[in-house]
Design a protein around this ligand. Structure first.
Ligand code: C2O
Ligand code: CU
Ligand code: CU
Length: 489
């Protein structure tokens, strides 16, 4: 349990503490867990229409206080979109806020024009219509703003939601799959707040350099919620929707759980563990057993992140100061009904990508300047180049298999993301490939001085004019230039 002192240290102002927490003397998990509203669109056979509104609103995150937030079809965060492999998705996005924005379908294989990245901005009051076919297997994808230079702030304010894909193979597995009952999106984000309840964003160079990390954890837009489990076997679709923080997730009683899915869908086999690392934008599906009578707390374990700040004492302590143990949510299993399904030994079979067939290997060098050097521009770059929306950095052949070798010359870890593909990690210069990293991925965390090779096959969408992005998913890094563009031809 979090002591009052610890809680104050966690960065939230005492003034903003809801009364019931203070009265309860340390018990902080009083907010009801919220299941994001499910939106399956209007269906006619295989055609599914989604009507989305980017909107501004106010949310009561702390009793009696109104926090201005952004959301999609609701005040804070996005509704959960859900469709099947094989569906023809048509989406209408209306921008009702006073800033230009976009919605990007993160993890989706789709034509570049439908990607929702910086090349598909939606001006205030305007509507963007797009469509694509879902050609990939069941997965927990997500969607979020990708407005050039403003992604970080817009996501921080709430422009992010989950996009679940189903397919017959996954449905046949008898996994917990009742949405909101035993199949739950868990969108984890950390934020800071002002005393009046408003979101506090960047507060100086350190935030810009390290990315914005907050002292308060939210799940599905609720501060430190408690989930009343209805079933004893829960499938949690974890999404790190944070701007910058890498989570090392475990339960306070160190219980084991099974990882069954990664960014791109189900793993071949469940992986048992008691700790999972989730970098910004990464997803993992886990199966968690909660026998009645227990109340495990999902926590972030601080001090695990790798940096190479050896000599730079001050920098190092500043970096360390941004990472503290954090309570995320609690699960109350006192009324959980016993689930009796057995965990499948085999989940799905992956179509393997033959790395020996790769037509080429591309190097991606992640670079950042530190401290005062940042002031001189181009502080964040890939292969020596900062993002330029008019410059195409790479040209890829449709259908080809490629290896990308991502290396990190900087002092901190960067989660590297590629649009339009799901890759497999084939080697790391240090550390092992395990847990969710065995599955299909669209984000991979690259530690300082580490080199990671990934292999992927590019889908058959050709467009020599409209690029896709690859970038660091620490959103402040992306916004400041650690991003490049590729076309598929
Ligand atoms: Cu999550 Cu370029 O995106
Ligand atoms: Cu993406
Ligand atoms: Cu980065």
């Amino acid at each position: 349990m979090l002591s009052r002192r610890r809680f104050i240290q966690s960065g939230l102002l005492l003034a903003a503490l809801p009364k019931q927490w203070v009265l309860a003397g340390g018990q902080i998990f009083r907010n009801t867990f919220k299941v994001p509203a499910l939106y399956v669109g209007e269906r006619k056979g295989k055609v599914v229409m989604f009507d989305l509104n980017i909107q501004a609103g106010k949310s009561e995150l702390f009793a009696g206080l109104k926090t201005p937030t952004l959301g999609i079809n609701q005040n804070f965060l996005g509704v959960t979109l859900r469709a099947n492999k094989g569906d023809k998705v048509r989406i209408r996005v209306k921008n009702n806020i006073d800033k230009t924005s976009t919605l990007h379908w993160h993890g989706m294989k789709l034509p570049a024009k439908a990607d929702g990245g910086p090349h598909q901005p939606i001006s205030p009051g305007k509507t963007w219509r797009t469509e694509f076919d879902i050609i990939q297997p069941a997965a927990s994808l997500w969607y979020h703003s990708h407005q050039l230079h403003e992604t970080a702030e817009q996501v921080y304010q709430g422009l992010a939601g989950m996009f679940i894909i189903d397919d017959e193979q996954a449905n046949a597995l008898n996994l917990p799959s009742e949405y909101g009952v035993d199949d739950l999106p868990i969108i984890i984000q950390d934020k800071d707040f002002n005393a009046n309840g408003s979101l506090r964003y960047l507060s100086g160079m350190m935030d810009r350099m390290m990315g914005k990390k907050g002292g308060t954890a939210l799940v599905n837009g609720v501060v430190n919620p408690i989930l009343k489990a209805q079933k004893s076997l829960l499938r949690l679709r974890l999404l790190n929707g944070s701007n910058a923080k890498t989570y090392f997730l475990h339960f306070d009683d160190n219980r084991t759980f099974h990882i069954i899915g990664s960014d791109g869908g189900l793993l071949e086999k469940p992986q048992q563990t008691n700790l999972i690392r989730l970098a910004p934008a990464e997803r993992a599906e886990i199966l968690l057993n909660v026998a009645s009578g227990i109340m495990p707390i999902l926590q972030h374990k601080a001090g695990q992140e790798q940096s190479s700040m050896g000599g730079m004492g001050m920098m190092r302590s500043m970096m360390g100061a941004t990472d503290k143990n954090l309570n995320i949510m609690q699960i109350d299993a006192s009324n959980a009904q016993k689930t009796t399904v057995a965990l499948p030994k085999q989940l799905v079979k992956h179509k393997s990508i033959d790395a020996s067939k790769a037509s080429r290997t591309r190097a991606m060098k992640l670079q950042m300047k530190m401290g005062p050097m940042m002031m001189f521009g181009d502080a964040f770059s890939i292969n020596g180049k900062s993002m330029n929306i008019k410059r195409i950095d790479e040209v890829v052949s449709a259908g080809s298999t490629e290896i990308w070798e991502i290396s990190n010359d900087s002092v901190m870890a960067h989660p590297f993301h590629i649009h339009n593909v799901q890759f497999k990690i084939i080697s790391k210069s240090s550390g092992s490939i395990d847990g969710h990293e065995l599955g299909f991925k669209d984000v991979v965390l690259v530690n300082p001085r580490q080199r990671i090779r990934v292999v992927m096959q590019f889908p058959q969408f050709r467009d020599d004019k409209t690029p896709y992005m690859y970038h660091c998913h620490i959103l402040e890094h992306e916004d400041q230039g650690m991003m490049g563009q590729f076309v598929v031809v």
